[in-house]
Design a protein. Structure first.
Length: 724
């Protein structure tokens, strides 16, 4: 078969040209270490959670032009334990620091002494804040401008803290870099130990780690190339590094395990490599494709965070597949029978390297036990998973803010102090861009003040409305509010503002944290069904091409949704309600960042399909040989049960690096992935799949006659290279 010839031929080429493959790989790694690590400087400084096509996004574009912004990008709180704001020494110290800032380095600096407003003084009068607006047109530029002046704003003897959206962004970026190092320090040693325990051979264990290292370092090259075409969020580096490393190790684990089986069956090294790539290599290709398709759904979202995560993660996943199918066969050919060298003297429960097809071990017995009572097993497991997902029905949505940082971080403390110690929070402004009629006259601007401003001022939650700028036929209004910007009250406030009737010819656009959050909710909720539809259809097509069945893809999709439901239920209980918050070291805020379930869904749906392809590929092999649905399922699970659980364990270890992060939504990604991986590799693959396959029986492999005929001719079947 042509498709099988492709995979087998790849194995033959890699085996015969192994020297060239390894030389090119070494050169690539050197290049990646020098040039690829420059990806860190190519990533955008901000996260990019906003929808640039929304009303708030359009308003932001206008404000970045001639009309200009009016915002407190940085809020600096100066506090002294003994001195009061009214003391001359206090005033002199703070004002001296402000004079160190050059006029062209900021757009606006407001303080108690420049405004004489009591809003700038805390209740105990031991602290005051300074609001700073930076000139940069985007968050990346403003972060750089803030870092350039931060040290000059320090005052000896004072407790100085930096808050505001720009300071928060810089603090999150810095924490993200530290988290990557910490995750690798914690996970790599554990990975090495577990790999040795799985393979019982130091040589065999080293191969997946080698491929993982190639992909982890090569991912930086992929990312840097990608940043030449699209903006990539700075938060993507954590997710992509861990995702690439985890998938590469999983794929290599599957291929190395199959290679050892082929050697144990008596094949020569070259034949073992060829047959491994024709079978396991084919499976890895389809597995990687299903993961990539699932992640590709993220590009449907306009926010830079999700769309760039889609492009970047797909690129990294495909790179992991290519590395596993080129570099790894060359390493296998070079290693040969030495793959079982350096044996680790650990207790064994069965004979080493015994062909899995002849082994009727515990996984075989588990499958047979489940299939003896398929209805009961299916009902119990489905009910348990559905019930586990029910808490998610009461989810409250949020968006990233200073709450994602650890307790005690400057931005978080500043936000808390502004809420509790000061009359007003200078960051709580909604900006309205009023566009006058195209043929506007000077008198038309009075309509804004006399007619539009009073309407806005009467909206529930708005404390004050002021005109803060004008240019050409546009007027900028600043609307101060006091509610939590992510609360339902703030959302209602934005929707009421947008429902106001305006004079004919006048157009109003709103932006600011509450407005952009409403737009984010609307954007994600409107595109989520399309993402789900695209991922489901694409996964269905790929699984049909792999197995020639129309029922198996439907079953697999339903299984994945059950795993996701249970995972999302747990996420709600942990991160919204606060269960296990002490153990995971974070403070719950009563909501869940709406971006994270989208990202978790894309990743875990692909990973679940990954394990499904691993399992069903071996089931299909046995089905083609015996045409016995029960025996093929039991043997397939026996052949893959250990490798799937081992792969899941390794991926959990890698993903656990997220739990060490001090960024709350990174912990959320880690928890969501770990729960889904564990459920999928145990309850679903080991129990629910055998039960449902027994219920389907021969029908599991059914397809309508025209499709079955087409697949017999063109499908990606899995045959021995000898038949080619």
């Amino acid at each position: 078969m042509k498709s099988n010839t492709l995979f087998a031929k790849l194995g033959r080429i890699a085996a015969r040209r192994r020297g060239w493959f390894l030389i090119v790989t070494t050169a690539f790694l050197l290049f990646a270490g020098v040039w690829g690590t420059g990806a860190f400087g190519s990533l955008t400084g901000g996260a990019g959670f906003e929808d640039p096509t929304s009303e708030s996004g359009i308003a932001d574009d206008i404000l970045s032009g001639s009309l200009g912004r009016y915002a407190a990008d940085v809020v600096v709180i100066y506090e002294h334990a003994d001195k009061y704001v009214d003391d001359p020494d206090f005033a002199h110290s703070v004002q001296s620091a402000l004079t160190r800032i050059k006029p062209d380095e900021v757009t606006r600096i407001e303080s108690y002494w420049s405004t004489q407003s009591p809003d700038f003084v805390s209740a105990d009068r031991h602290s005051t804040y300074v609001a700073i607006q930076l000139p940069g047109k985007d968050d990346v530029t403003r972060v750089a401008e803030y870092k350039a002046i931060q040290h000059r704003l320090q005052v000896e003897g004072f407790h100085v803290r930096f808050g505001g959206i720009t300071a928060m962004t810089e603090q999150v970026n810095a924490q993200t870099g530290r988290d990557i190092v910490r995750a690798e320090i914690l996970s790599i040693p554990v990975l090495i130990v577990v790999m040795v325990l799985i393979f019982r051979s130091a040589v065999a264990a080293s191969l997946p780690l080698a491929i993982g290292s190639v992909v982890a370092l090569g991912s930086f090259v992929v990312l840097r190339i990608l940043t030449g075409f699209v903006e990539v969020s700075s938060f993507s580096i954590n997710v992509l590094t861990i995702l690439g490393l985890g998938l590469a190790i999983d794929y290599a684990l599957f291929i190395v395990n199959r290679f050892r089986e082929e050697l144990a069956s008596g094949k020569t090294v070259d034949n073992a490599v060829e047959h491994t790539m024709a079978t396991a290599g084919r499976t890895v290709a389809f597995s990687g494709l299903t993961v990539a398709v699932s992640l590709l759904g993220l590009i449907l979202f306009p926010s830079r965070f999700l769309s760039s995560m889609g492009y970047a993660s797909v690129s990294v996943v495909l790179f992991a597949v290519v590395s596993s199918m080129t570099v790894l066969p060359a390493l296998l050919s070079y290693t040969g029978h030495r793959i079982n060298s350096l044996q680790i003297p650990l207790p064994r429960f069965r004979k080493a390297n015994k062909p899995a097809a002849a082994d009727r071990g515990r996984w075989y017995r588990v499958a047979q036990a489940v299939m003896r009572r398929p209805w009961m097993s299916t009902v119990v497991l489905v009910t348990a998973l559905v019930v586990s997902g029910l808490p998610f029905l009461n989810v409250q949505w949020g968006r990233p803010g200073e709450w994602v940082l650890p307790q005690g971080t400057d931005s978080r403390v500043v936000s808390q102090q502004l809420a509790s110690d000061y009359p007003k929070d200078p960051t709580k402004f909604i900006t309205a861009v009023v566009r006058l009629p195209s043929a506007a006259e000077p008198s038309d601007s009075r309509i804004v003040i006399d007619n539009i401003v009073p309407r806005m001022a009467h909206v529930h939650g708005i404390d004050n409305v002021a005109a803060t700028g004008a240019y050409d036929n546009m007027v900028r209004l600043s609307l101060q509010y006091s509610a939590d910007p992510l609360s339902k009250d703030a959302q209602a406030m934005v929707r009421e503002l947008r429902s106001l009737d305006m004079p004919e010819g006048y157009d109003v656009l709103y932006t600011g944290r509450p407005a952009s959050f409403v737009d984010m909710l609307d954007s994600i909720s409107s595109r989520m069904p399309w993402m789900a539809l695209a991922v489901v259809i694409s996964s269905f097509v790929i699984l049909f091409l792999a197995f020639g069945s129309v029922l198996l893809p439907l079953k697999s999709i339903l299984m994945n949704l059950l795993s996701l439901a249970a995972s999302f239920g747990a996420i709600k209980l942990i991160f919204q309600d606060g269960y296990l918050s002490n153990l995971l070291n974070f403070v719950p805020v009563g909501s869940i960042d709406i971006n994270m379930p989208v990202l978790i869904l894309a990743i875990t749906f692909g990973l679940s399909m990954d394990y499904e392809v691993f399992l069903l590929s071996r089931v299909r092999e046995e089905w083609d040989r015996t045409r016995d649905p029960v025996e093929s399922m039991a043997v397939g699970l026996q052949q893959t049960g250990k490798i799937i659980t081992s792969a899941a364990l390794l991926l959990v270890i890698v993903v656990s690096g997220f739990l060490a992060s001090d960024i709350t939504f990174m912990k959320m990604i880690g928890v969501g992935l770990i729960i889904t991986i564990v459920i999928d590799a145990t309850l679903v693959r080991a129990l629910l799949v055998p039960a449902t396959m027994r219920l389907l029986g021969h029908a599991a492999w059914w397809a309508p006659a025209p499709l079955a005929k087409w697949w017999d001719r063109h499908g990606f079947k899995e045959n021995s290279p000898k038949s080619m």
